[in-house]
Design a protein around this ligand. Sequence first.
Ligand code: BES
Ligand code: MN
Ligand code: ZN
Length: 505
Amino acid sequence: MISYSFVGEKGKMDALVVPVFEDKKFDTLVKDLNDLHEGLFDDVKKLKDFEAKAKQMTLLYTQDKVVPRILLVGMGKKKSMNVRLWKQLVGQSVVTLQGKKLQKIGYVLPVDVVKMFGAKKLGVETTVAIEAANYAFDSHKTKDARVKSLKNVLFASDMDGRQKKQFLVGHKNGLSIAEGVNLVRFLGNTPPTVMTPTYLAKESEKVAKKHKKMKIKVLSRPDMKRLGMGCLLGVSQGSQHEPKFIILEYSGGKKGDKPSVLVGKGITFDSGGLSLKPGAYMSDMKFDMLGAATVLGTIHVAAALGIKKNIVGLMPSCENMPSGTAYRPDDILTAMNGKSVLIDNTDAEGRLILADALSYATMKLKPKEVIDFATLTGACMVALGNERSGVFSHNDKIVERLDSASKEIGEQLWRLPLGLEYSEAVKCEIADIKNLGQVGGRGFGGASTAAAFLEFFTKHPKSGDEIYPWAHIDLSSCYWGGKGKPWVRGGANGFGVQTMIEYLS
Ligand code: BES
Ligand code: MN
Ligand code: ZN
């Protein structure tokens, strides 16, 4: 746990982070520091190897006992500053200083940035960025090899008393959000032999216990049979591990308010099943439960912040394995809504377990809206790279609100299409629908045909009418940054939690 404070009289620290704009004079605090060090920053800027361009950094040794190191951080041009960049700069400086095993660091909060974001928001975003950057999944390494966590963070700024108060309110919220984000990352990073559906259910129960307004129900195989969740059962049947269907209910709103339903794919390991993945594509498939983790993390934070909404989380969870008992290509499964599904490829399993979860939402809940999260398709990653997720919906309003929520907090979404050609591609001659479609060639339009498959289960089973607004977020592209980014370590990154919190509040 990091302890935070504003810099006091005795502000001794290992290093002070000083962000400066490329195209602006130093503000008073930075100018004072510069004067104190006899124009050191001016001299550095003159040398031209540090021009304060965005993400440029340089470490200065000051020969000062109180602040022996200063990390100058370039913010680039003032007009290009935004929340995303600010968080990256904060994160990058934390990772850089941790690399030098420093544990007590100060942060100058520039006046212009306070003005730009407002003190409260600056408190939220700075805190989330610090906590996210401080996180490392290294508990499996020997102690000495682990990242040194930060111990103290001191904020230095010219904020007045009122602004400081607002900053602290934001900071407190930021701590809750970061806890959810890092919970998601922990769950995603945990090895798949440990992270089974049962383990995920236990972790969900732990979360539920922490909050008064939260209830949890975990369905096991017999319950699934009774409800007719043939798709979830089908995907599960090759695995040694019992499937679970986790239902988390948070009642922060008025009784009778329709719930926002969040659905998350919880495949604890995706080997591809009998349509086995080639080796290179199988590693990282422990992350295939990050949709479910995102739902759990979001509801945990929503409860911690006391968001006044009713929220239901649905997390179908199982493992996709090949074995003598595994489901097969050519099998026909029946989803909870009574529709039959031809299995073309057992590696398109995420859409199957989501079919039952969406059917559950359709038949058992009266949703205000349904938003699902899933590491669903490699195609989405091919389309978008690894810094934004795909969003699919017929509802422009939901897309706009999700998009502006994500921008507000520095995450990125990109709308990809639903449409008739994708829906037609999953039509089937011998069942109501098949789990693989293509538009124009093998794999073409893969992210959209997967989304069209899901859409089928959001509709009224008889009339085919839309009964609630629905959006699907394909996380495959963005649940991790490969080996990591300068501002966040590799592994799961907790994408989506903060966007959803912004969206729900
Ligand atoms: N979990 C994968 C999707 C995935 C791939 C997520 C890479 C993150 C990184 C999903 O279950 C899957 O295997 N999708 C297949 C679908 C195909 C068989 C139609 C894919 O994308 O290759
Ligand atoms: Mn798969
Ligand atoms: Zn999968």
